[in-house]
Structures are given as structure tokens and as C-alpha cells.
Design a protein around this ligand. Sequence first.
Ligand code: DGY
Length: 330
Amino acid sequence: MSKKNKPIVLVTRPIPETGLKLLQTHCDVIMNQRMAPLRYSELLNKVKGVDAILCFLTDKIDKQIMDAAGSSLKVISTFSTGYEHLDVSEARRRGIKIGYTGDILTETTADIAIGLMLCTGRRLVEGDKYLRKGKWKYGWNPDLMIGRDLHHKTLGVIGLGKIGSAICRRAIGFGMKVLFTKRNFDPNDFKKNILFDKIEYCNLQRLVSDSDYIVISCTLNKDSYHLIDYDKIRKMKRDTYLINISRGKIIKERDLIRGLKEKLIAGAGLDVYEDEPIRSNNPLIRMQNVVLLPHIGSASIDTRNKMSEIAASNIIYVLKGRQDEAILIK
Ligand code: DGY
């Protein structure tokens, strides 16, 4: 990277200063200043001739975008841990490196899973709304907002990756019994896990039928797409809460809505949806037995600052030929 001819980086939405400053010391930064993502046509236009793109889950980076950027494009760095919005094999074919934010959001996202369990089971959001609407008339009341405990209940965790493990650790602290499922589970490997003998592996059938709370924390792929459908929901207990902090498409949302209407489960706590942002006519919005968050699993100040720094560093490392130091998709 010569000082005079700095590489050009397109940043598709504003990022926290930590990363922006880093980028600005090494590159010429073109940053979309709007909160809204660039439209696909705008993206096609803006990527022309850039050396790097810092993008988000909301940007689809496909072959056409890579074509539009041209041969100058060396690295795409996503401000996220998920990367299903990127055409990884196309980038690989062209020798374009792909950076992501790795495990930095693990603990923050695990917190939101526990938060959603408390919000649904213990009716925290409902209680807040009730009070603000002036409905709290008689002070302490023996049958007001009676919810369901976490302690001594069974949590079923779908996916024992980094986030799933962090959720299990928290749930053990809450006094829960923990079941989990995992793709390609290797019992011998699990013996080395610090959670061994604290949590129990089982198949998905048992997990859905035995759990009081179910948290989806697996990645979205062709096996997990619509993994939770009407058939699975029907097998859950009537007082189960279903929590999703991973990707919306793992639940067949139409089936969840049906299951909630038929009261097959007690409720749901969702941070992610099949289509984001959720539309105002989505029936979930009018349902009382759900808590809905706007995909904020990683949204803490510290984590977002670190994500910004990592997303920027990944670009700088690749452009400087120090890619061993970057967090790249292999
Ligand atoms: C991710 O990074 O994949 C999260 O879903 C958003 O922070």
C-alpha cells in the first residue's frame, strides 16, 4: 500500500468509529452515510474500481457485484459472523478474500437468548406494557403476570457451536437441565468438552418433546432451513417457549404462526425472521404470546466496536499482504 495511492474501500453503511478511523489511516473510504442499506442498483454502481468492500448482512454480494467491482477487488469483509449473504465460492474462484467477525459476538448473543427466555417465560415485556397502560390497579397481586421459571426446567439447545455452548453455560448457572443436538456429533470429541457431564446430547425428536425452552443457535444451511416446522412444533409441550437468535429461515415462520394460534406452544421469543425487517402485516406483530426483537443479538457497545475493528482490520491485513492475521473464511 503506497502512501500516495491509497486503496479504495466501500463501506456500505455507517460503522462505529473504531473501525472507521482504522480504515481511514490506510485507505480512501467511501461510506454510505444512510442508515438504510444501499439498493442493489446503487451497490452495483458504487463498487466500481474499489479494492475492498466492507458490507453487512443486508448486502447481497454476488457474482454481478464482483463483476461490477472488477479486478481491483481483493477483499470483502462482512461486519457479521454469518456470511450467507456472500457468494463465497464465486469469491474463492476469483481469489477474493472474505473476512468476517469470527467469534467476537458469542457472549453478547448468548446473553440475548437468556434475555428472551426471561422475557417470554417470566413475561417481562408484557408486564412493562401492562404497567405503562395504567392497568396495574391493586398493587401486589397473587395471580398477576404468573409466568414460568427457568430454574429446574429443561432447556433444549439446537446447535452446540460457540454461541450454543455459551448459552448452555449460562443456563447451567440458572439451574436448568440442558439437552442439546449437534450436527455431526462425535461422542469421543464431546468427552473433551468442558460441558461434558453437565449437558446431555439427544436427537432432535427428544429435544423438541422434552424441553420447556428451546433455543435455536445453529447456523443456517441446507439441513437447517425450515428445520422447525409444524410437525416439530406439534411435538413440543404446550408450555414450551421457542427462542430463535440465529437465523429466521431455520423456523418455517408460517408454521410457527399457526402453532402459536393453535396454542401448541406457550410462546416464542424471536430476534430473527424469515424476512427482515418484519412486515407490518406479519401476524406475529399482533400476537400476545411472542416477544419480538429487531435482530439485535450482537448489539452491545463493546461488541459492535470490536466488530467494527475486526471488519476494518481484515481489510487492512489482506491489502497489506498480512492475511494470516486476518479472520478469513477458509
Ligand atoms: C451476525 O453477525 O451474523 C449477526 O447475526 C448480526 O450481528
